[in-house]
Design a protein around this ligand. Structure first.
Ligand code: MD3
Ligand code: FE
Length: 203
């Protein structure tokens, strides 16, 4: 159930099937609701987002960054549930990255019709640590290119419970999610959820 999809990048199929993940997401969202953030250009991001952990990824007219507090409430982001932390560290370990200690968990929520365009994740303080991403609910087509924007892009379907670990040169690969197709998932309804664990590295 492990597929290598590039240098340092591995899919662990069905690694995250614990319903406690959905319970944890609901608990986080009760304290820090999902919301549409604004790009620096003032456009609403289609994906709804919230965070848990010491740092949360935020976007507004001032730019993209990690922040210790939820700008909606000015409260610290909810604590990362122990289940999230243990799952992310076990997934990283399984993919060959020991000592992964995420301090940020971005939770993305997709409705049908929503996509995430090709981008790189470069808002973290360093790129030595991998990123662990967990897919829940409706399937999505993931696009995965190289470190140059012009590199060819491969497509992979990510299903409920799939975990992807991105390290080494794949850490700075261009990636995105194609427009989510309509559907119903028994555990999430008409929704895809994605947890992205990072060492934002601010202190
Ligand atoms: C490849 N999220 O939040 S997860 C993001 O499904 C993001 O919501 C997508 O891209 C989602 O930034 C994709 C898979 C992923 C996450 C981080 C990566 C792939 C990555 C970092 C480097 C390379
Ligand atoms: Fe990303």
């Amino acid at each position: 159930r492990e597929e290598s999809i590039g240098p340092g990048a591995m899919i662990l199929r069905g690694f995250a099937l614990d319903v406690g993940l959905l319970v944890g997401i609901a608990a986080v969202a009760a304290q820090a609701p999902f919301r549409h953030m604004l790009t620096p250009g003032g456009k609403q991001i289609g994906v709804e987002m919230t965070n848990c952990g010491a740092f949360g990824w935020v976007s507004d007219r001032r730019g993209y960054r990690y922040a210790p507090r939820d700008p909606l409430t000015d409260l610290p982001w909810p604590k990362m549930p122990d289940l999230f932390l243990s799952l992310a560290t076990r997934a990283a370990q399984q993919a060959g990255f020991s000592g992964f200690r995420p301090d940020a968990c971005l939770i993305n929520r997709y409705a049908p019709g929503v996509k995430m365009g090709l981008h790189q994740d470069r808002d973290e303080a360093g790129f030595d640590a991998p990123i662990v991403s967990v897919s829940l609910g409706l399937p999505a087509t993931f696009q995965f290119g190289g470190t140059d924007r012009r590199d060819p892009v491969a497509r992979h379907t990510l299903q409920h419970g799939d975990v992807v670990v991105w390290g080494g040169v794949s850490r700075l690969a261009w990636h995105g999610i194609l427009t989510l197709k309509p559907g119903q998932h028994p555990e999430t309804g008409a929704t895809r959820l994605n947890l992205t664990f990072r060492q934002a590295g601010y202190r």
